[in-house]
Design a protein around this ligand. Sequence first.
Ligand code: TRP
Ligand code: ZN
Length: 883
Amino acid sequence: MRTDTSPTIYRKDYTPPAYWVRTVEMGFDLEPSATRVATRMTLERNRAGRDRTLTLYGEELELVQIRLNGKALGKNAYALKDGVLRIADAPERVTLEIETLLRPDRNTSLMGLYVSNGNFFTQCEAEGFRKITYFPDRPDVMATYKVMLRADKKKYPVLLSNGNLIEQGDLGDGRHYALWEDPFKKPSYLFALVAGQLVCQEEKIKLKSGREALLQVWVEEGNLDKTQHAMDSLINSIRWDEERFGLELDLDRFMIVAVGDFNMGAMENKGLNIFNTKFVLANPRIATDVDYGNIEAVVGHEYFHNWTGNRVTCRDWFQLSLKEGLTVFRDQEFSADMIGTDSGRAVKRIDDVRVLRQAQFPEDAGPMAHPVRPDSFVEISNFYTVTIYEKGAEVVRMYQTLLGRDGFRKGMDLYFERHDGQAVECDDFRAAMADANGRDLTQFERWYSQAGTPRVVASVAHDAAARTYAITLQQSCPSTPGQKTKQPFHIPVAVGLLGQDGKDLPLKLRGSDLQGTTVVLELTEAQQTFVFDGVADLPVPSLLRNFSAPVVLEYDYRDDELAFLMAHDSDPFNRWEAGQRLALRRLLALTAAVRAGGGMAVDPALGESLRLTLTDDALDPAFREIALTLPSETVIAEQMDVIDPQAIHQARRFLRHALAQALRADLVDAYRNNQTPGAYSPDAVSAGKRALKNLALSYIGELDDAAAHALAQTQCDGADNMTDRFAALAALANGSAPGRAAALARFYQDFEDEPLVIDKWFSLQASARTTDVAAVRKLMQHPAFSLKNPNRARSLIFSFCNGNPSQFHAADGSGYDFWAEQVIALDALNPQVAARLARSLDRWRKYAPALRDRMRSALERVAAAPALSKDTKEVVGKSLAAE
Ligand code: TRP
Ligand code: ZN
């Protein structure tokens, strides 16, 4: 029974566990409709505490029996209420034996033990282990595990769990077994098992120390032609962590398993990473360049967790960013190093910042805003957010910016020296960074405790006679729920000064011995002035180079200064940023014009600056592609006091059309000059060329004329890889080409047996500009659609609600009705996925009154739905709560 209001959990209430678990032995008899789990654990009272109550958590379990030190416990020997089992006055040393019965075939939440396409999988982070057995399911309780799996040999020939395979054999009755032992102690959220009909690609590698390790990528039969890239990415990850951080794989065997039903991207279970198929399976026929890049990043991410997450884990879930922010930072650095070139690294950095601005800035300004280390939550699954992950990674990156690469490495070394095998806090990481470098990072703590995106306003003063240039920085941070006022942050602001020839000036910062053409100013007060000496002529400032802090940097650039930075800045990030600032200015003006009912017009200056970038062969194609990509509708919306999705959409379309007309000849040249003949390769250079070529195709598509249609149709018909095929299909789908319907139908036929490609097919249509609510409802009737599969639900419903703003925000509120229906329907199946969808209306208060009122009604409708999960209830409750 679910109680009506779920309690809020507070960080300040943390208490150490009353008992430690030392060893866990588990036996599974796997059957979809009745799996028996026998668990034996040894526990020891925590001497640091006075509590003698043994507390275990369990959910949706049938408790068959429980024995304490050999004696069966009757119903009076323990209290079981709201998923908590308490045994009062337990002895100092306890052996608990618990037998539970599960129904994996009915588990649609995809947490705990579940069945996907006939095979068994587990997902235990954050609190899924309690759906397998009663257990002190909290990350600071770490134990060693020995796991016996038994199952029908024909149906489940492969039996996997964490660690090393100790023994396997027949049971005689058509069943077989496998015994696994994980030598490292771990929290229960890292437990995993997999059983079923799977095949693997495997490889042996020699680790840096000379030890040998066996690597395996497990997939369903028929997908073995799609595992090579994941295997390559795994090997590259292992090498990279050895090189960059001196961290070696600590197991003899490391497995990756792909599953088609999964709530998130992937999971770092010790030695047995479980992945969404989306982040494993790739070959040129089904995967795009972006997919290849994502697979590399996610394989890296989960592998890197082996040290940052598993060997050193979190004391409690408020510390989630300790492992996630750090591990995202590590996977970002890994991906950048795999590209290798400076400009390739910059493209990766820009991509990461784009995600931050597109998703995290709005989160930090909305009703779910929370610090990187939250103070409270109702349901921890709701806190696997872009703030914890991406802003958390920015916070880790700032240590490296402040301490340098070597200083950061020293901090990492000290962190492992101090905390290997422990469950620790974000503060312990900060202390290691500070102590290893003899730095005071006290104020830096505010990045963990204060939510909201800081604003830094810059102003300058040049004194030609004194040859000084002063930069004044003022910081502030908007209120967020529960945090009205904020204290100043410790903000690294990297700056350079461009002379009139466009070259960097050598910098002499007064009161500092920093040298070079980029210096990192440390802003720690509400307002500070930094003076540069020896600046004779008025320079153009390049501020927040490489996006040195997750802030909004405001400076009153003139248009011509932005064009100058676009053409000359030695910092590629700011070169891109200048173009984005210029484009955003035009887009906001056009949006205002649409709202005022006037005509739209745009001066040729932006087009001319973009032409210079587009045609500059000294720049990587990949860089030119992101420079020519306009800020998204979501990013534009965040700049407005009152969001008008229709006006934004019209304005952006108008500008894209105008640019396509102005640059047509150069776009056609870019299209022709960036072909990639020969066998497909996902390397950064080839991918960059395809990206630029396909960007040109998409701009040309805006013209929606016969030539544009022919170009897209020819590419669609002739493409030998998914990147080109999909880009061409998108160009056709967003225009009125005569071949549109046939191309979509043909694509479906060609890839009917490839679920990941069918996801793309749904998602493309869901975000096409002509797709309205009625069209989405019709697509939901397609036999290939299913609400139960998270990837499929995301591909259609999320793509529409989050990726097609002008249709979703239809004036009659039909999009919101649809959203409410789907949140409620999903909630009954899978609360985690439903609660994600529930976030689509986060920013409802910022819309014009007519839309705002309809959004509020939809939120209220969901909030009032019977038997709503605590996941969804928390999200809509916070959305509706007074500001
Ligand atoms: N720890 C996982 C990661 O970042 C995240 C994750 C995977 C997860 N599956 C989950 C979190 C299910 C919550 C619920 O790589
Ligand atoms: Zn992670």
